[in-house]
Design a protein around this ligand. Structure first.
Ligand code: PLP
Ligand code: 3DJ
Length: 417
């Protein structure tokens, strides 16, 4: 294989022995022990579902047996259950560059997006358009359609390319919603620069951080972002379908009005009055209480995150993705080579991507496939080693060279891919 003209990771390791040396010197290496990593497998799907932290089962067990089993109803106050959306939000906040009072852990990404998009449209009366990107994770577009459908004259306009953004930022645009990292290609957008452009046009900015939070440092407050949403089950490792989070800039709190006005968003939920009066701060973005047992997964994983330096995460993420891309440079790698333009996954286009990924999984290298033709490999610096990135690239080369993916058993698809 020819070396690439410009390496994605300058100084990429030239041998497996170099990778072993990098692992030995890796400041994040001790964190691998925090995760119940699958034996004899290389897990490169933490960009879809993060690995179980070893401390999670014990905390879930304690929540069930002690807090629920023994504490029963007293645990709402005694175990701090009632504050969890706020206390967990405050713990998550530094990971996305937010103030502790600007983040709330609750609901799914889709539901949180519904709440913040509606609130944003209400903050721009007279403007009725939501702008998004056609290639965004579809639920965001479906929710935007649902929200704009509730406003007279509301519409969702989809950009075929971000190059159209300035031209489409007309006086009717109330909100722009974008993913910081694209779920398919791994393209990373310049959050601060785009937010500024959107603001200059008089619109508000909503970011979806699902594929960036936990993979790179994010500075929401410094960039003046209005609203953001994100999940906790990918790079944050909080568990399948764990509650998500939303961010509301301090300046919008107290004036922004979200539509799902449930009792936990009330100023006095336990006053049980018939009239709705929203809580003063971000609490008004609660609807009901998030699933308590699922919050235990968030609690456990955020304990791990308190020990993590995001600059180290980003440096290792770029080194891992760079090494993988450099080793597979002759393939159709669609993830940008420029470090400032990529997140923490590598996408490779291949017309038979689905069976190739299945053959890799049989070999113990777990990636995934996104239609129509992208193989995705997620790199999670807390638990992915340099040696694993090297071995995974070797496995890709071997599977393609051998043609073993052509076996009939690799073409069968399950409901979830
Ligand atoms: C970018 C993005 N947004 C939203 C979602 C969906 O979130 P939820 O299922 O929590 O609504 C996902 C993945 O599931 C995603 O990748
Ligand atoms: N959230 C998921 C789910 O509940 C089931 C299956 C997959 C997911 C995912 O998170 C997919 C992921 N957002 C993606 O980037 O494809």
């Amino acid at each position: 294989m020819q070396p690439p003209a410009s390496p994605a990771s300058p100084g990429s390791p030239a041998s497996r022995a170099d990778c072993l040396a990098l692992d030995a010197a890796d400041p994040l290496a001790p964190l691998r022990a925090e995760f119940a990593l699958p034996k004899d497998r290389i897990y490169l799907d933490g960009n879809s579902l993060g690995v179980l932290p070893v401390r999670t089962p014990e905390l879930v067990r304690r929540t069930v047996e002690q807090e629920w089993g023994q504490g029963l109803i007293t645990s709402w106050n005694e175990a701090g259950w009632v504050d969890l959306p706020f206390t967990l939000g405050a713990q998550l906040a530094p990971l996305i560059g937010a103030g502790g009072h600007e983040v709330l852990v609750c609901d799914s990404v889709s539901v949180n997006l519904f709440k913040v998009l509606t609130a944003a449209l209400r903050l721009r009366p007279g403007r009725r358009t939501v702008l998004g990107e056609r290639t965004t994770f579809p639920t965001d577009l479906y929710i935007a359609e649902g929200v704009t459908g509730l406003f007279e004259g509301g519409r969702t306009v989809l950009l075929d390319s971000l190059d159209e953004l300035d031209a489409r930022l007309t006086e009717d645009v109330a909100v722009v919603v974008l993913s910081q990292v694209d779920y398919r290609t791994g393209v990373l957008l310049d959050l601060a620069e785009i937010t500024e452009r959107v603001h200059r046009a008089g619109a508000l900015m909503v970011w979806d951080l699902c594929h960036s939070a936990g993979a790179l440092p994010i500075e929401l407050a410094a960039a003046g972002v209005d609203f953001a949403v994100g999940c906790t089950y990918k790079y944050l490792n909080c568990g399948p379908c764990a509650p998500s989070y939303l961010y509301v800039a301090e300046r919008h709190q107290g004036v922004a009005e979200q539509p799902l006005t449930g009792w936990f968003g009330h100023a006095e939920p336990f006053a049980f009055v018939p009239e709705y009066r929203p809580a003063d701060g971000i609490g008004r973005f609660l609807t009901s209480f998030p699933p308590l047992l699922a919050l235990a997964g968030v609690r456990a994983s955020l304990e791990v995150w308190q020990q993590v330096d995001l600059a180290q995460v980003r440096a290792k993420s770029l080194a891992l993705t760079g090494l993988f891309m450099d080793r597979l440079a002759e393939l159709d790698v669609v993830t940008p080579r420029e470090p400032e333009r990529r997140g923490s996954q590598v996408a490779i286009r291949h017309p038979d991507g689905f069976p190739v990924v299945q053959a890799l999984i049989e070999r113990g290298v777990i990636g995934d496939f996104r239609a129509p033709d992208l193989m995705r490999f997620g790199f999670t610096p807390l638990y992915t080693s340099y040696t694993e990135a090297w071995d995974a690239a070797e496995a890709v080369r071997e599977v393609l060279a051998s043609g073993e993916w052509r076996a009939e058993r690799f073409s069968r698809r399950g409901a979830v891919t």
